[in-house]
Design a protein around this ligand. Structure first.
Ligand SMILES: *[C@@H]1O[C@H](CO)[C@@H](O)[C@H](O)[C@H]1NC(C)=O
Length: 323
């Protein structure tokens, strides 16, 4: 392995004079050696650039790095990326641009690449155009956390049928549209979808229509009401987080959800203020739980509350930790 990195380093030093890659896996820079094209092709597979000033990435910036498989450009003041800047990097599987100053991802930025893992976390991204990702047949994982994204486009991943991991944690989104992953048919995996710590209020009833999800994290948002079939429209949701929202005392259909967490919602705050109101004779699931809690709160180790069958196979114990 060391030999490979050594080789890569030397190649970088000789062929990419546009940026001096003095940080490279802590291997010291050495003078050039003769290499065959075949060796270049096989060896230059990982480039890690940090603390360089690269405000604009253009197709020329990395055009000599066509063999690279993993490219990390971090803390490099990248503010913008021109269209098709990565398209010539046919072997690129992992691209990290985290900790830069990106504010916008225009159409065509990553389209028609073979990238499998893309990390755009910790930028200042406010807007991602609908065609920013486009055709990404191999994309498995995308991280967009810690940005300022306000609007979710449901065409982003329409042409990324192998996406299994999507993290949009800590952004400024207020709504989720219908079919957030596009109209995918084949499922190579159950997808993890992380929307924790946004400002979500509205979720389309068909946001997850016919999807198989592993994690669906909607915690730490501003959700008050959820459409009745928003979760039951999915084929399966293994692990749902709804904690730290503003949910009132009704939950939607939960038949497709295996386990979930609804801790810290408005309904529970009302309860602590002794303001519990039940309206209909058919109390909602949450109401049943709260009534039960009221009834038994004087006991130290009360039994699990009576759950409605629609609450899924494994419920969280978060209800029991109130107060
Ligand atoms: C980006 O692409 C979409 C179609 O994918 C198009 O509707 C939109 O107008 C494009 N935006 C710009 C600024 O060209």
């Amino acid at each position: 392995m060391t030999g490979y990195y050594f080789l890569s380093l030397t190649l970088l030093a000789t062929c990419c004079s546009f940026v001096l890659c003095d940080f490279y896996k802590n291997v010291p820079l050495t003078k050039s050696r003769p290499f065959s094209d075949e060796q270049i092709k096989n060896q230059l597979d990982h480039v890690h650039l940090t603390y360089k000033n690269i405000p604009v990435i253009t197709p020329e910036t990395f055009h000599r790095l066509s063999p690279v498989k993993k490219l990390e450009v971090e803390f490099c003041n990248v503010k913008s990326i021109d269209e098709d800047s990565f398209r010539a990097l046919e072997n690129l599987q992992k691209l990290s641009l985290k900790h830069n100053l990106l504010t916008e991802i225009p159409n065509g930025t990553f389209s028609a690449t073979n990238i499998e893992e893309l990390d755009l976390s910790d930028n200042q991204i406010e807007k991602i155009e609908s065609g920013a990702f486009g055709y990404m047949p191999n994309l498995r994982s995308i991280k967009l956390k810690n940005n300022k994204i306000q609007m979710y486009h449901n065409s982003w991943f329409e042409l990324a049928p192998n996406l299994c991991f999507l993290n949009l944690e800590n952004n400024l989104m207020t709504a989720l549209p219908t079919r957030i992953l596009g109209s995918r048919q084949a499922w190579t995996c159950n997808v993890d979808v992380i929307f924790s710590h946004n400002s979500l209020e509205e979720i389309d009833e068909e946001a997850f229509l016919n999807y198989k999800l592993n994690k669906l994290y909607l915690d730490h948002n501003k959700i008050r009401v959820l459409p009745k079939n928003v979760f039951s429209n999915a084929v399966q949701i293994s692990h749902l987080k709804l904690n730290n929202n503003r949910l009132d005392c009704t939950l939607p259909e939960m038949s497709t959800v295996e386990k979930y967490d609804v801790n810290d919602n408005s309904c529970l705050f009302d309860l602590q203020g002794e303001k519990l109101e039940t309206s209909t004779p058919e109390a909602s699931t949450t109401e049943r739980v709260l009534r039960y809690y009221h009834q038994y709160q004087h006991q130290r180790d009360f039994l699990p509350p009576p759950f409605h069958p629609s609450m899924g196979r494994n419920r969280y114990n978060s209800f029991l930790r109130i107060g």
